[in-house]
Design a protein. Structure first.
Lengths: 329, 323
């Protein structure tokens, strides 16, 4: 019945349990645990709770954006301007701070700027039907460019003491504020993507936007909202990063887009749209955080880590494809 | 075809208008000698944009060109330090650039990974490799031989060698695009991949060829860049890939593939080059450059989209009337 070219039809469906075990997320979990064990053996400083808490900064800010980016990628779009949105948001907050704004105003401005930038991207993509890759390459240049116009080679420093809470504060023991924001964002986006109509519509658009349109989904409106969410999360990440660094330079958060996209892809989200899960993104963020922290303990310089991130991005997509090519032969 | 022609005419008019505005305040800017300087200064952008054009025509994008340029430039400087003669260096950088492009091309062709993901990854890998090679050290002017530095700047018939190289490559790419099967294949693959397959064109192989071309040009530009500015380090041409994409988009190369011309591409690069050179003359901080090219990209794609949007077929005519 099954010839060399025909599709193999199984006698029965695989059980949900074995499917879950073979899933990408299970693999990620195993990888995360393996890295955890290797790291704790490689360095005596790894298992210290305070060190681990410090290390969480490696991924919390990027992961916040990655949740929104995952939904955007699932819907078949991409936003390469997230790092630049952060730079512009940070610059706006810096300018307001110099004008004497307090912490609540700074946070409001941060969220507002992120939303505005997201709305701008969303308007160009959803309203005017322009391809998101080029639009966000353009805004990547534009948003950071505005920061350069405002700041030049200068910097904003001297944020108010209360503002430091977001990036440097602790909620309880070693649990940082950023870690809590990360967990809340994971929960919120998990529910939004997996438990609401909105989430189902995002998958539908990613699988076939035309079919989604004909089944009554307001495709453009949802795309717009997704860009808005990505802008908002970039704004929140910018608040955290600015508060943690305590200063703003126009080069702040450069290269974030690469790491955010890597986390999303590593998390098993199909770059072509239509599939992926938030739990995968959470695990991918943990893996990335653990890898960079472990390498940091081994004194590997940042640029070498970026090679590893780049290679990881390609390998994660290439290996499954190589595997299926080889197994087909 | 008439739309294509008019788009290039509009771009040419925009460049002339830009020059006129600058000339009204600073007549010296449009003197032939200064325009030649602008052309020379824009040569690297033109070279990379031509390679990027081939890639974009096939519906891909190459974000690794600037990193490729930086890596090849560094290798050229290292080879020069080891006493390798200049012709060998030139050959080596072109081959190395082509190889780096081939890596992108193979991943896109054989594994079918979206080009944006591949080149986002190789961008950091190539740039990181420079760090691995040099440990972050700079190679400065005094560590380079005079012949190595002077070659791009040698003036022949009024223009430096670098400009002549750019002009020659423009000519070669124009012939490649218009007069060879490969050039037409670039357009065919991007215009309609299915139709291309039925006419016997391998889509993947054509995309691979485009990446190799873009890589080879980036490698060559790497040497020219390092020799002209007489310095090589990890971050040279950082973010330049955005300018390259901007030049293509402004030049009317459709990001959806299959349409665009060499003339448009070169004019797109010149448009950015003129702005970049005019900013200090007009007294605007060079920090404006980045935002201006971003705005130029957005205006250009909005403009291109309105002139080439395919009208959707109305299936439910009655429903359409009612709304």
């Amino acid at each position: 019945m099954t010839t060399a070219t025909g599709r193999h039809i199984p006698d029965r469906l695989t059980s949900p349990a074995s499917r879950a075990l073979k899933s990408w997320e299970a693999l990620l979990l195993i990888v995360a645990i393996a890295i955890f064990i290797v790291n704790s053996m490689a360095s005596p400083y790894f298992l210290d709770p305070w060190n681990l808490s410090d290390a969480s900064f490696n991924f919390t800010e990027k992961a916040m954006i990655a949740f929104a980016m995952a939904m955007l990628v699932i819907s078949g779009e991409i936003d390469l301007s997230v790092g630049s949105i952060m730079a512009l948001t940070s610059t706006v907050m810096g300018a307001a701070m110099t004008a004497g704004a307090g912490t609540p105003t700074l946070v409001a401005l941060g969220l507002g700027t992120g939303l505005l930038c997201g709305a701008f991207n969303g308007l160009l993509v959803a309203r005017f039907g322009l391809p998101s890759i080029v639009v966000t390459i353009g805004t990547m240049s534009l948003f950071r460019g505005i920061s350069y116009i405002v700041l030049g080679d200068g910097a904003y420093t001297g944020y108010p003491a209360g503002f430091a809470w977001f990036g440097q504060g602790y909620v309880w023991w070693v649990i940082t504020v950023e870690l809590v924001i990360f967990a809340l964002a994971a929960l919120a986006f998990g529910i939004l993507l997996h438990r609401t109509n909105f989430g189902r519509m995002v998958y539908a658009i990613g699988n076939n936007a035309t079919a989604a349109r004909f089944s009554g989904i307001r495709v453009d409106r949802i795309r717009f909202i997704l860009f808005l969410l990505t802008g908002l999360m970039s704004g929140i990440a910018a608040i955290c990063l600015t508060s943690r660094l305590g200063s703003t330079r126009p080069s702040i958060a450069s290269g974030f887009e690469l790491e955010v996209v890597t986390i999303v892809v590593l998390g098993g989200v199909s770059i072509l749209g239509g599939s992926g899960s938030i739990i995968g993104v959470v695990l991918a963020a943990l893996v990335m955080g653990l890898v960079t922290f472990g390498l940091g303990l081994l004194n590997v310089p940042g640029i070498v880590m970026s090679i590893i991130v780049g290679a990881l991005l390609i390998a994660v997509i290439a290996l499954p494809r190589l595997w299926s090519m080889l197994s087909r032969k | 075809m008439s739309i294509l022609k008019s788009r290039e005419a509009i771009l040419a008019l925009a460049i002339l208008a830009l020059l006129a505005v600058i000339a009204s305040r600073f007549p010296a800017f449009v003197s032939p000698a200064n325009l030649a300087r602008v052309l020379t200064d824009t040569s690297p952008l033109i070279l990379l944009a031509l390679g990027q054009m081939a890639v974009i025509l096939t519906k891909c994008i190459d974000l690794s060109v600037a990193a490729n340029l930086a890596l090849c430039g560094m290798i050229a400087a290292l080879m020069n330090g080891a006493g390798v003669p200049l012709p060998m260096i030139l050959l080596a950088v072109v081959l190395l650039g082509a190889m780096l492009g081939a890596v992108n091309g193979l991943l896109v062709w054989k594994l079918g990974i979206p080009s944006i993901v591949v080149t986002l990854g190789t961008m950091t890998i190539y740039r990181g490799t420079i760090f691995l090679l040099t440990n972050g050290a700079w190679i400065n002017a005094h560590q380079m031989s005079a012949g190595f530095k002077d070659f791009p700047r040698t003036v022949i018939a009024g223009l430096p060698v670098m400009t002549w190289i750019a002009l020659a490559i423009i000519g070669l790419v124009a012939i490649l695009m218009g007069r060879t099967p490969l050039g037409r294949a670039f357009y065919a693959v991007g215009g309609n991949a299915h139709a291309a397959v039925y006419t016997g064109i391998s889509v993947g192989r054509t995309q691979f060829a485009a990446f190799v071309l873009a890589g080879a040009l980036a490698g060559l530009t790497g040497y020219l860049w390092v020799a002209r500015y007489a310095v090589a380090y990890v971050d040279i041409a950082g973010g330049f890939e955005l300018d390259v994409v901007a030049a293509c988009v402004i030049g009317g190369i459709a990001i959806a593939g299959g349409s665009g011309s060499v003339a448009g591409c070169v004019m797109g690069a010149l448009f950015l080059g003129i702005i970049k050179n005019a900013l200090p003359v007009v007294g605007i901080s060079p920090f404006w450059q980045m935002a201006i090219s971003g705005a130029a990209i957005l205006i250009a794609i909005a403009f291109n989209a309105t002139s080439q949007r395919a009208p959707g077929r109305i299936i439910l005519k009655q429903a359409e009337h009612r709304t």
